[in-house]
Design a protein around this ligand. Structure first.
Ligand SMILES: [Zn+2]
Length: 364
């Protein structure tokens, strides 16, 4: 059995996966904001010490809604007794323009003041990549990494090119994340933005128009540097895409499955359902049972209506199944019986404590 839990992570992501008999193995992808990280720390501390082993922990990229939780839970906090992270994937400054011969440890000196990098320096950092960057070189065949308990992980992105593009803005992005981290009032700032515009959709034509509306594309170098992963366990396939660019995901998916759309059981959509990261091509590049959006929506009003309309309209699997990790004012509009029937979709909503949990495979 594979259990995938999309934890409440404010505007960000935090995904806890457990697999094997008695959920013996686990991994964690991102830890949301600083506040999310403190909650995750409590979750870790509530586990018996012998259950605090992780096959893998990943921080997909340096945006505050993915990385700050890792800082508050781990790097800027006391060690958690018994916590054993076998491999921690994170592309730090030294990985952005990585040259094998320079020697990674020496280069990591440049990561001064960068808390997660400093914390990782003496730990199992990018072990599967010999300390080098976690990325996929499009000129090489795609390779799959075996974790304990029969879990397979395939890195779909970023490419070395996307890592390089982050180099000029790394400092700025990092400072922004730290500023947010240090802002104790981060919880209250955006609550007032919860109220949002109404959406009316009269008929299928209106949904189609919204789905096909031309929208800008994401150009954020930080998002483009996201580690995106295909998770395969027994007969289950889950795509966890960080905040990656739609075009990059399409390219990776087409490389992996050149002749037909990739079959997926679930797809954690990039960038919290932003229309900038969800193209029609991306939706049509897969045959997907469940489309997952992780955000509470307050800060950036995600998911965008255009993005949700695109999924519902273009999903090859019918009815289209949407999963929201928590209920929010923004996503609640899709909780509409008339629309569900008219537009042929179903919805799952997680809750504010546990988020959305999906179980795959036989339960034993
Ligand atoms: Zn994000």
């Amino acid at each position: 059995m594979l259990k995938v839990q999309f934890l409440p992570a404010r505007e960000g992501d935090s995904i806890w996966l457990q697999w094997g008999k008695d959920s013996a193995f686990q991994m964690l992808i991102d830890m949301g904001t600083a506040k999310t990280g403190r909650t995750i720390r409590k979750r870790l501390e509530s586990l018996p010490e012998q259950d605090r082993t992780f096959e893998l922990v990943v921080v997909t990229h340096i945006d505050c809604d993915h990385i700050n939780g890792a800082v508050s839970a781990l790097a800027d906090n006391e060690p958690i007794p018994g916590l054993n992270i076998k491999d921690f994937w994170f592309n730090g400054l030294s990985h952005l323009d990585y040259k094998q011969d320079v020697g990674s440890l020496e280069e990591m000196g440049a990561v001064k003041g960068e808390m997660l990098g400093r914390w990782l320096k003496d730990r199992s950092w990018n072990v599967h990549f010999n300390g080098g960057p976690v990325c996929r070189d499009p000129s090489q065949p795609i390779s799959t990494i075996d974790l304990a308990g029969g879990m397979q992980v395939t890195v779909l992105g970023p490419t070395p090119q996307r890592l390089k593009q982050l180099l000029p803005t790394w400092q700025k992005e990092w400072q922004e994340a730290i500023a947010k981290y240090q802002d104790e009032d981060e919880d209250s700032i955006f609550e007032a933005l919860g109220a949002s515009k109404k959406l009316s959709l009269r008929d299928m034509r209106a949904l189609e128009n919204l789905a096909n509306k031309k929208t800008p594309i994401d150009k954020s170098p930080a998002n483009g540097s996201s580690i995106s992963l295909l998770i395969e366990y027994e007969n289950t396939r889950v795509l966890l895409s960080g905040d990656a660019f739609a075009s990059d995901l399409v390219e990776a998916i087409n490389t992996l499955s050149p002749s037909e759309p990739l079959r997926l059981n679930a797809f954690k959509l990039p960038h919290h359902g932003s229309c900038k990261n969800l193209s029609r091509e991306l939706i049509q590049s897969v045959i997907c049972d469940q489309w997952i959006i992780s955000t509470e929506g307050n800060r950036f009003q995600h998911p965008d209506d255009e993005a949700v309309a695109r999924i519902i309209y273009h999903s090859k699997v019918r009815p289209a199944r949407l999963g929201f990790n928590i209920q929010s004012e923004v996503n609640q509009r899709w909780n509409n019986d008339a629309w569900r029937e008219q537009f042929d979709y179903i919805t799952d909503y997680g809750d504010a404590e546990e988020g959305l949990t999906i179980m795959f495979g036989p339960k034993h």
